[in-house]
Design a protein around this ligand. Structure first.
Ligand code: SF4
Length: 411
């Protein structure tokens, strides 16, 4: 197995990754800075979704009420998507505000909502209690509704193509801040505000699929992301009652955390954002590759399959003349096949054409050839739908703009 292109008389054009209009922060050795630890900022208020069921009962008891009230409040939040004490008439009026305020403190303030013309995609900009901004994108597809959630405000992985990483990591989000993105999206769906469906009865609809592809590297915020996932899969009224298979946790390749995830008893779908099969390119494209190399990340991904039986997704954004060469498709197939058959599928992600940028879409015939080579090598491969890009909400592009900041200041 070789990580270099085959020798030929005319070498294919190779565009190297570089930032455009901003500079990557560097560490003492001059390499792109990686931030794993969250800066210390004021913690968000503790919320019912941060707690285990036993902790919720303890909290209610501490507030002087019988423990079963915890379940009632959870049912309002997870099934009826409300945090409004006035809507909770099954709770005693005396002390209700204090009780609900203690368990369901407000976490996300909606700053802005962008909707596609068809109305079937909504991007939300949320302000957290300390003013940090995060986004989520809600998308209706035939037969499912997917929410792309953020797990950190900003990101410490410093990928040169990514708007989110530019400002570094602001802070980890709490489990409840992650879950609240879903509850708020469910409320929007229940109110009939997500378009794209002829029926007017939205009351039974809710988010069915989660992808952790908004702001942040989820495995760098491991404990809180896992608590959020536990709440997503917990049966109602203790949680959202979602299927673990419908939850996709993606990473740029934090190997020890992938192994840890494989040993959890929650068979979520696992996605590795690879974007290059060779270390030479990936070191520049995904700075965390300087810590864990392509082969280590693929070994960990294979380990995830072995432990869970869940087929792994490899995400691969196709960038013109940077990572879309035929030999890279062949090398990727070779590396995946070297680890066995039937354990993986590849999702090449076509970028939007961006004239004048090095981060632009591969030509259509190049995309097709990339997919053809992988399929021919026996690797199931499908070009992914990149809905959401038209409102600047696709993975790796989620960042607060100056406009967003201004809107937040007035929210
Ligand atoms: S691409 Fe993902 S991991 Fe890289 S900086 Fe952006 S949000 Fe972080």
């Amino acid at each position: 197995m070789t990580d270099t292109p085959p020798v030929r008389t005319t070498r294919p054009r190779q565009v190297r990754p570089a930032t455009e209009g901003w500079s990557q922060k560097k560490d003492a050795e001059g390499r792109p800075l990686l931030q794993f630890a969250s800066p210390k900022r004021g913690k968000p208020p503790v919320h019912l979704a941060d707690m285990t069921p036993a902790e919720r009962v303890a909290k209610v008891t501490e507030l002087g009420l019988p423990g079963f009230r915890a379940k009632q409040i959870a049912a309002h939040y997870f099934s009826r998507y409300t945090s409004d004490p006035a809507a909770m008439t099954d709770l005693p009026a005396a002390g209700r505000e204090e009780l609900v305020g203690g368990l369901l403190p407000p976490l996300l303030t909606e700053v802005r909502r962008l909707q596609t013309d068809g109305g079937d995609t909504i991007k939300f900009l949320w302000k957290l209690h300390d003013g940090a901004l995060v986004e989520s994108v809600l998308m209706r597809y035939p037969g499912r509704i997917t929410l792309c959630v953020s797990s950190q405000a900003g990101c410490g992985m410093n990928c040169p193509f990514c708007a989110t990483g530019q400002a570094g990591l602001t802070r980890n989000m709490s489990a409840a801040e992650i879950v609240d993105q879903i509850v708020r999206a469910n409320a929007v769906i229940a109110a009939g505000e997500l378009g794209g469906k002829k029926s007017t009865d939205h009351s039974l609809e809710r988010v069915s699929n989660i992808v952790f592809m908004g702001m942040g590297e989820p495995l760098a915020n491991y404990a809180r992301v896992m608590q959020a996932v536990r709440v997503m899969v917990a049966k109602q009224p203790e949680g959202l009652g979602m299927s673990a298979r419908g939850i996709t946790v993606s990473t740029v390749g934090l190997v020890p955390a992938i192994t840890k995830l494989a040993n959890e008893d929650i068979p979520v779908t696992f996605a590795l954002s690879l974007h290059a099969p060779d270390d030479t390119l990936r070191d520049e494209l995904i700075p965390v590759n300087s810590r864990w190399k392509v082969d280590e990340a693929l070994d960990a991904a294979r380990g995830y399959f072995e432990r869970t039986g869940r087929r792994v997704s490899i995400e691969y954004a196709l960038i013109k003349d940077m990572n879309d060469h035929g030999w890279r498709a062949d090398l990727l197939a070779e590396k995946l096949n070297a680890r066995g058959r039937g354990w993986v599928h590849v999702n090449p992600i076509p970028l939007n054409p961006t004239p004048g940028s090095i981060w632009t879409a591969s030509d259509r015939d190049v995309q097709n050839e990339f997919v053809r080579r992988l399929n021919a090598a026996g690797i199931p491969t499908t070009l992914r739908d990149t809905r959401g890009k038209e409102i600047d909400g696709a993975c790796g592009q989620l960042v607060a703009t100056a406009d967003d900041e201004r809107a937040a200041a007035g929210a």
